[in-house]
Design a binder for this molecule. Structure first.
Ligand code: NIG
Ligand code: FE
Length: 403
């Protein structure tokens, strides 16, 4: 018989409203809240959610969890991370604290390329161990579904090993084959000749999507187009890193190629906001990265008010955002992006799930969804954003299992 798990007597259960993702405009901030409530899971699936007074009598074996003083929200969904890397960048972090620039470090062969060296040296087993470790950090922070990009191998063997490690560690793999130009190539075009001929055919079997870093010092719009069109033709969905430091044409390209998302947007101006809002492309906001690099925040309020679909993610990586915590991202979203706690919750649950094309299975607490539940150590679910950097996670249920 299917094992049932009942979390009872919760102060509140909060879940984004509506079934249609992505949520836009006013709907982004509509969170349904049940007071004095329960969540009932049957095996890996949510059976029902409601007020304690409506809890039916339950036959058979039921594992009960005392939810008094806690709130439940859906398992969080991180739709943009770079978890497959070796080494760290703590020395670079210290240099940046003393004034060194992120882009200058990259141009001098440090930055992303220093992680490429460490990732190539990590080997297959080392990479799997790294993604598993990073996934365990995410789970502890309430993330029950994560995407991760490759992009620190940039050779055939390490890129494919990264994608395999991400799947084996339970993540959703994205091939970031166009992250930087590795030192053994003369330029971006020569590197893309290699990556598209030698890596794409196998990467397309392992990944769900492809991603590119469209930015000065990385790949320009023509190179990004070439890479993305080839990836699309090989069956991959498309994502872009765009407008992080400069507006370099990422939004129009994302719209034209029907990408799932364009991510970062710290440099996006009014025209970009309008274009994105009128499109189906989701804007993925990464405010922990803007904070970590001391860069301007993306125009989140303008995007939401203009009707754009936005998601929030950590951008977890060793260089620009060594942060796996979506609760902290929700706090930054509330204090720096001026999103309400409800908008932030929807952005890192249903809308992030939509970017990963899993919005019918994860991101809400509702019957039939996967039994991914975060229990907050809080009398009000909005402590998710309110408790800045605090120990807000009491316990996590992933696929019906207490973790
Ligand atoms: O999303 N901007 C490009 N890629 C990553 C950072 C990579 C790194 O610094 O290692 C990002 O910020
Ligand atoms: Fe990123």
């Amino acid at each position: 018989m299917t094992q049932r798990l009942l979390v009872r007597d919760l102060a509140q259960v909060a879940t984004p409203a509506g079934t249609k993702a992505p949520l836009r405009g006013k709907a982004l901030g509509e969170v349904e809240v049940f007071e004095d409530a329960f969540v009932l899971c049957a095996g890996e699936t949510i059976e029902s959610v409601g007020r304690m007074r409506d809890l039916p009598a339950l036959d058979g074996d039921v594992v009960e969890v005392d939810g008094r003083g806690l709130c439940a929200i859906p398992g969080l969904v991180d739709c943009h991370t770079h978890a497959a890397f070796g080494g760290d960048r703590v020395d670079e972090f210290s240099l940046r604290a003393a004034g060194a620039g992120y882009e200058e470090l990259h141009a001098a062969g440090g930055g992303i390329l220093s992680t490429v060296r460490a990732t190539r040296a990590a080997g297959k087993d080392g990479l799997l161990a790294a993604v598993e470790l990073h996934g365990s950090w995410m789970l502890r922070a309430g993330t029950t579904t994560f995407e991760s990009k490759s992009g620190y191998g940039l050779d055939r063997e390490t890129e494919l090993a990264s994608l395999r490690a991400i799947s084996d560690a339970g993540g959703i793999p994205t091939w970031l084959g166009a992250h930087a130009v590795p030192p053994e190539f003369d330029g971006a075009d020569a590197y893309l000749d290699f990556a598209l001929a030698e890596v794409l055919p196998d990467a397309a079997e392992l990944a769900e999507a492809a991603d590119v870093f469209l930015e000065r010092g990385a790949f320009d719009a023509a190179q990004a187009r070439r890479y993305l069109e080839a990836c699309r033709d090989a069956g991959l969905a498309l994502r872009l890193h765009g407008d992080q430091f400069t507006e370099s044409g990422a939004i129009p390209l994302a719209i034209e190629l029907e990408a799932r998302s364009v991510d970062h947007l710290e440099a996006t101006g009014e025209e970009g906001v309008r274009e994105l809002a009128a499109s189906e492309v989701v804007g993925v906001l990464l405010p922990a990265s803007a904070l970590f690099l001391d860069r301007p925040m993306p125009p989140a309020r303008g995007l939401v008010d203009a009707g754009a679909a936005v998601a929030l993610a950590t951008d977890f990586n060793p260089g620009s955002s060594f942060c796996e915590s979506l609760p902290l991202v929700c706090s930054i979203a509330a204090t720096q992006l001026h999103l309400s706690p409800a908008e932030a919750l929807s952005a890192c649950t249903v809308n992030a799930a939509h970017v990963l094309r899993r919005a019918d299975r994860v991101g809400r607490l509702s019957s039939g969804y996967r039994a991914d539940v975060v229990l907050l150590d809080a009398p009000d679910w909005r402590y998710l954003a309110y408790h800045l950097g605090g120990q807000v996670i009491a316990q996590v249920v992933a696929g019906g299992e207490l973790r």
